[in-house]
Design a protein around this ligand. Structure first.
Ligand SMILES: Nc1ncnc2c1ncn2[C@@H]1O[C@H](COP(=O)(O)OP(=O)(O)OP(=O)(O)O)[C@@H](O)[C@H]1O
Ligand SMILES: [Mg+2]
Length: 298
């Protein structure tokens, strides 16, 4: 079960910049119902990565929700994302149900796009052909797909003239992640799964990528699941933050945070923003020092 913890002293609970969530309609975008994943079940190497994870994402009219997953290394964040993506060996769950738009996940689908933790690109394809890959698989004619891809090259802040014929080894980490984002978003998925996409970037590039992502997310209106180790990144980007415990991962804290309505560099230096970051950080530290919530409450 989702362990939602009351936050009586939440620093922004009465703040004017907190937006109540708009009215929702059915079915939910995601239902994660008491999901447990045990790898290599029945073997001596059996390992339970997540246990009883339960959360729900409503379909908010005209706007997808931005959900950030925080938690220590190895707690099962990538496992959660890949269960939604329908990718093996994370998929299928050992117990529980994963539903997307009310239907059980049976494998990957065009409604879900993934940006992986590792930089992933086809080494033998140019920027243009990497981003065009999914459209090519869908059978979009060459001219049409290249025209569309060129608009996305610009949208993610690359330069068509300079960059379209470059190969992945000719790109910086930030440029590769721009390509990965474009390759996913060009397909207009309803759900975008992003696994620590900015983890390896320098701090300034990271802030710029956060701004870019928010800008594109508003355009595509998708639901985003975003894994990060950075509390400030989660507080900036997220509408909601799910904090996972050590493995087997369970949800320790589910928290709504204010939306990013100003540039990352501006908002993240404000005292009010940093109060929120410190609140979440102290909360996690407190939970870790006391053990899981189940142990805290009788
Ligand atoms: N295919 C697999 N077979 C066996 N164990 C696995 C497999 N994939 C992941 N695990 C284990 O499950 C646990 C959770 O892995 P996962 O990759 O989901 O963690 P994570 O929270 O994404 O970690 P990180 O922050 O380091 O990326 C880890 O202990 C990992 O070793
Ligand atoms: Mg991971």
């Amino acid at each position: 079960m989702t362990e939602t913890i009351a936050q009586p002293h939440s620093p922004w609970s009465k703040s004017t910049w907190y937006q109540a969530k708009p009215e929702a309609r059915q079915p939910n975008v995601i239902d994660f119902k008491n999901v447990t994943k045990t790898y290599l079940k029945g073997t001596p190497k059996e390992f339970t990565a997540i246990r009883d994870v339960d959360f729900h994402v409503e379909d908010i009219v005209g706007k997808g929700e931005f959900i950030c997953l925080l938690g220590p290394s190895g707690c099962g964040k990538s496992t959660v994302l890949k269960l939604i993506a329908g990718l093996t060996p994370q998929f299928p769950a050992t117990e529980g149900e994963v539903l997307v738009f009310g239907d059980e996940v049976v494998g990957p689908g065009a409604d879900r796009g993934m940006v992986f933790q590792e930089y992933t690109a086809f080494d033998n394809r140019t920027v243009l052909d990497n981003i065009a890959f999914g459209l090519e698989c869908r059978g979009m004619p060459r001219r049409e797909r290249y025209d569309l891809v060129r608009t996305w090259i610009e949208k993610v802040g690359l330069n068509v003239t300079k960059d379209q014929y470059k190969y992945p080894h000719q790109l910086s980490g930030g440029m590769r992640q721009r390509v990965a984002i474009a390759r996913s978003l060009v397909l207009k998925p309803r759900i975008i799964l992003m696994d620590e996409p900015f983890g390896a970037l320098d701090p300034l590039t990271r802030l710029r990528m956060q701004d870019l992502l928010i800008h594109l997310w508003k355009e595509v209106q998708a639901t985003v699941f975003f894994v990060t180790h950075s509390i400030s990144e989660a507080v900036y980007l997220g509408d909601r933050i799910l904090v996972f415990s050590n493995s087997p991962g369970t949800i320790l804290l589910e928290e709504r945070v204010p939306p990013p309505d100003r540039p990352a560099m501006e908002m993240q230096r404000e005292a009010e923003f940093n109060d929120v970051v410190c609140y979440i950080r102290d909360y996690i530290a407190d939970l870790e020092s006391k053990g899981s919530k189940k142990e805290q409450t009788p």
